[in-house]
Design a binder for this molecule. Sequence first.
Ligand code: ATP
Ligand code: MG
Length: 380
Amino acid sequence: VTRDVTERKGTHEASQRLSAIVSSSDDAIISKDLNGMMTSWNSAAEKIFGFSAEEMIGKPITKIIPAELHDDETKILQTIAGGERIEHFETVRLTKRGEQIEVSLTVFPVKDDSGRIVGAAKIARDITQRKKSERALHTGERLASVGRLAATVAHEINNPLEALTNLIYLARHAAVQDDVRGYLSDAEEELERVSHLTKQTLGFYRETKGSRAIRVGSMVTSLISVFASRMRNKGIEVYPEIKEDPEICAVPGELRQLIANLLSNSIDAVDGAGRIRIRVSTGTAWSVDRREGVRLTVGDNGGGIPDELRSQLFHPFFTTKKEIGTGLGLWVCKSIVEKHHGAIRVKSSTKPGKSWTVFSVFLPFDDQRIIVDEVFKQAL
Ligand SMILES: Nc1ncnc2c1ncn2[C@@H]1O[C@H](COP(=O)(O)OP(=O)(O)OP(=O)(O)O)[C@@H](O)[C@H]1O
Ligand SMILES: [Mg+2]
């Protein structure tokens, strides 16, 4: 009898220790029977999934599994019933608010005294944040390697290109035959396109380091004066509207290029009684997270963009300006916006006499750019 009591006391202490570990763990530790009904639910599980123990115990675990993954649960239960465990299985689960979170699961069978498998215990770790950083790093690395290659090529091409431009110019002026002059003038135009392309590329990748606090509004004002003569020549009226101009953290050269590309497209798009409106204000993101940031819109009353071209707009080399366009402008804009974790949108109408186009950009105040920037710094 004495031994019996000691043994029971030991078991009691061990189980108390165990339950203290379970309740203070940062990982969700939960258990279920072989039908997938919850039998225990610790406080980390409450924190991660938002459901309290009362809401979960006795209920099916499928409550936290997205509908399209319900099959996985059947497989998990089969594996467990077969006595095997599942280690670090990365998948998606649902919280009470309906948000998807990424988790790493370890599941193992629970046996009764006679060794019979009666259920499963599960440790779930919330890895949403880790996955987000991994993706940001991955995007950063890809951008950096593309950037490095493009910048090298552009740089190598730039010097001989300048020499060629000068030589052709001289040859054209020295040429006596008309047809030769014609060929040389065509060659000059083609060369101009190549120069434009390398400059776009270099312009984008030269200044990849060094985010600073900048104001989009004052950048808009200074760019309008850069483009002033081009607009005056076409008889374009420009209406800047800087409602608010808060600071954001961004790479100045890239932001200048973003605004310049949009403005330049609008200038190309309008003719006769052309109007361009540029607005800067604070705003929230279009995505569900409603982040705060700066909203920039560039609108014009040009010919608009036909629906069938809409899907190709941001693709590299898509252009409708045969001689003068490289089709890199909007692609570069999109890359810059994405690097700053923002978003870009376009709305347009081609209604005759009432056509217009508006590009809107959202740039968040705070983001994870620091990570991406680090990668850039190391890569370049
Ligand atoms: N404001 C606008 N109004 C009408 N069409 C536009 C506008 N902005 C862009 N587009 C269309 O999108 C195409 C792609 O624009 P993008 O800036 O990428 O290249 P591009 O202007 O043709 O050449 P570049 O590389 O020199 O900028 C344009 O050729 C044009 O057809
Ligand atoms: Mg353009």
